[in-house]
Design a protein around this ligand. Structure first.
Ligand code: CO
Length: 155
């Protein structure tokens, strides 16, 4: 495994649409392993493949209960809304309130190529939405209602 460099805002990779994964090759598995190590090193809640410079529809979500690997994720259902502050490993030091659904149902392939369904609420629902946005070249700050200063709160 290896820690990969996280692409920062301004790099055009972050603005492109990522392509579907058609086959889970050893290279994809290596990418997943490297992304996991990179996410843990950065202590983040999620990481999408374009953030390490790879335009594939792959992301990791860690809402505090372990790392989920999602490949070709699709949001099947959205319900309710929530407004909370978010940040992004590609936009360090910037936080802002974003409106997201309170609950999402996401379908995605796991690393074995098996379709899984995730029913997530609150923070986890936000994390799914944030990472899936990355796969379409959307950054959280595009959706910010109000920027906030979380630095003083030690986050
Ligand atoms: Co992000």
């Amino acid at each position: 495994m290896a820690i990969r460099t996280i692409v920062k805002k301004g790099d055009e990779t972050l603005r492109k649409r990522s392509r579907e994964v058609t086959e889970i090759t050893p290279k994809i598995l290596q990418l997943l392993d490297d992304m996991k190590e990179t996410l843990e090193d950065a202590n983040g809640a999620g990481l999408a493949a374009p953030q390490v410079g790879v335009l594939r529809r792959i992301a990791l979500v860690n809402a505090g209960d372990g790392v989920l690997e999602i490949i070709n994720p699709v949001i099947l259902e959205m319900e309710g809304e929530q407004i909370e502050a978010e940040g992004c490993l590609s936009i360090p030091g910037v936080y802002g309130e974003v409106k997201r659904p309170m609950r999402v149902v996401v379908e995605a392939l796991d690393r074995e190529g098996v379709k899984q369904r995730y029913d997530a609420t609150e923070f986890k629902a936000r994390a799914f939405c944030h990472e899936i946005d990355h796969l379409d070249g959307i950054l959280f700050e595009d959706k910010v209602i109000r920027f906030v200063d979380l630095e003083d709160e030690g986050e």
